[in-house]
Design a protein around this ligand. Structure first.
Ligand SMILES: Cc1cc2nc3c(=O)[nH]c(=O)nc-3n(C[C@H](O)[C@H](O)[C@H](O)COP(=O)(O)OP(=O)(O)OC[C@H]3O[C@@H](n4cnc5c(N)ncnc54)[C@H](O)[C@@H]3O)c2cc1C
Length: 478
């Protein structure tokens, strides 16, 4: 049996040293993602053309070498960390973007940056709505693999809702195309959607056709504050019941606002420090936004303790800075964070707010929570000090209780980040034995040798028991 090192050298001879790197520095850089869980690979492959992947997967299958696809490594779940070693395939070099301005399609390669796709679409008068906060860094391949969401999810949907077709490689190394550049495609099983959200375990995406929508002509931004979380959640439900669909509806609880206010050294609503807020943005035609704005203001007067509209884009930007600051500012409350991107159904909002209050009391931990109210995707941040064993145990118990509660309420353990390594202890709270067996059967059928991204999703990995590397990324919350 050839050694991993010798097969890596064989691949290097075949594709060249510019494509295959085996030096320690390159391997270390690809050994972890934003989870900072590090596992050394033996080589990092940066394909210059799609066909390079066929050679990689052919050798990997022949010699049983694990292959982990990687976009920009912004996942917080450990899903791009090569847990089983082997090879990392870094797709950043395949990054072409072409807009079909007539059809309203974007033809993109997997390594294209999401913000670049949005800019290219906007330059042609189109709009690509999925809007992860990491969009200035993350790739469309990573977004497809995680079915990424973002602030626009409630009105427009998530990545899945914009993918028309995919090209790429099965784990066995065969090239496949799922769908074409048309809005309708009903020919055969829909394996395109099976790939979306498969976290690099069922195939490597090389190309995608994305659907675009006409760019909104205007926007209106309003910041509202509430006496407490339950009244904020109840008010949001009243807004949606009135058929108002904001493009963005971001909620920050008291703790998140307090963190942002202390980082910004200001009070968002003078005289009302630390109140939960909902930040709303309407987007659409001038007539549509004008009409909906009246409904929104009437709602704010009835339900909110205070409201402030942005008169200019600069004022809107200032309001958004509250949202941007809150996540990094949470490290005032602990030097470690379990960031859980759960979802809860609309009808369970108030129950969930009360549950979080109780969880804060029983755990003795700060649990600042913010998120996308229009689709129920809340980011629950369990803060603790990693040198304090009591706090570590409390955080572990709190995350377990949280996951059990969201599933009991009809929600999901992940709304946008996926399972990776970090959510593996909770997969079976969400899914029955039959469901997990069906998922594993799909994996075994498409990847009989278990080559692609092994050790993820199904094998339990308790992240809080593992050391993290000390490293900083430009996208880290400061
Ligand atoms: C500051 C910050 C903010 C964030 N905000 C959001 C947010 O608002 N919404 C959201 O959904 N997520 C968010 N994330 C999480 C993360 O950005 C997304 O999951 C993103 O989709 C990852 O893209 P990436 O290119 O970095 O992929 P990576 O992190 O490199 O990989 C993620 C997964 O995709 C797989 N993969 C990557 N490329 C391919 C490919 N071409 N083919 C097959 N599999 C592939 C990998 O194997 C891995 O399993 C945030 C992260 C950070 C750090």
């Amino acid at each position: 049996m050839a050694s991993l090192a010798s097969v890596s050298k064989q691949l290097q001879r075949r594709l060249g040293t510019r494509v295959v790197a085996t030096d320690r520095e390159s391997c270390y850089a690809a050994s972890f993602d934003s989870s900072k869980l590090s596992f050394m690979p033996a080589a990092v492959i940066k394909p210059r053309k799609r066909e390079d992947l066929a050679a990689v997967l052919e050798l990997a299958n022949k010699h049983g070498i694990p292959v982990t696809p990687r976009g920009r490594g912004t996942t917080l779940m450990g899903s791009a960390s090569p847990r089983a070693g082997g090879w990392v395939v870094d797709l950043l070099g395949l990054n072409k973007i072409k807009i079909d301005a007539e059809a309203g399609f974007a033809h993109v390669q997997a390594g294209a940056k999401v913000a670049d796709i949005q800019r290219a679409a906007a330059a042609a008068g189109w709009f690509y709505p999925p809007d992860p906060s990491s969009k200035e860094y993350c790739t469309i391949g990573g977004n497809i693999a995680c079915n990424a969401g973002g602030m626009h999810g409630g009105k427009y949907g998530v990545t899945r809702d914009f993918v028309l077709a995919l090209k790429g490689y099965l784990p066995t190394g065969e090239f496949v195309e799922w769908g074409t550049a048309t809005k309708k495609f009903s020919a055969g099983f829909n394996l395109r959607d099976l790939w979306i959200g498969s976290e690099g375990m069922l195939g490597i995406v090389t190309d995608a056709v994305l659907k675009l929508i006409p760019a909104p002509a205007t926007r209106y931004t309003l910041l509202t504050s509430f006496p407490d979380e339950v009244s904020a959640f109840t008010a949001a439900r009243a807004l949606f019941a009135a058929r108002v669909q904001p493009a963005i509806c971001e909620f920050l609880d008291r703790a998140s606002v307090t963190c942002a206010e202390s980082a910004m050294r200001t009070t968002i609503f003078p005289g009302q420090p630390g109140r939960p807020v909902i930040l709303l943005e309407l987007a659409g035609s001038v007539a549509e936004v004008k009409e909906t704005k009246l409904q929104l203001l009437a709602w704010a007067r009835e339900h909110a303790a205070g409201h402030r509209a942005a008169r200019t884009r600069e004022e809107a930007e200032a309001l958004w800075s509250v949202r941007r600051k809150c996540s990094g500012a949470m490290f005032q409350m602990g030097d470690a964070k379990l960031n859980e991107d759960i979802t809860v159904p609309l009808k369970a909002y108030a129950t969930f707010a009360r549950f979080l209050d109780k969880l804060r009391k029983t755990s003795g931990l700060a649990i600042p929570t913010f998120g996308h109210l229009a689709d129920g995707n809340l980011h629950v941040n369990i803060m603790y000090h990693k040198a304090d064993p009591r706090e570590c145990a409390a955080a572990e118990a709190a995350v377990q209780a949280l996951m059990e509660k969201v599933v009991a309420l009809g929600g999901a353990i992940s709304g946008e980040h996926g399972i990776g390594l970090a959510k593996t202890p909770f997969l079976r709270i969400q899914h029955s034995d039959a469901q997990v067996r069906a998922m594993k059967a799909v994996k075994d059928a498409l990847d009989p040798k278990g080559i692609l991204n092994p050790g993820k999703m199904f094998e339990v990995f308790e992240v809080w028991k593992h050391p993290r590397v000390v490293a900083s990324f430009p996208w880290d919350h400061k």
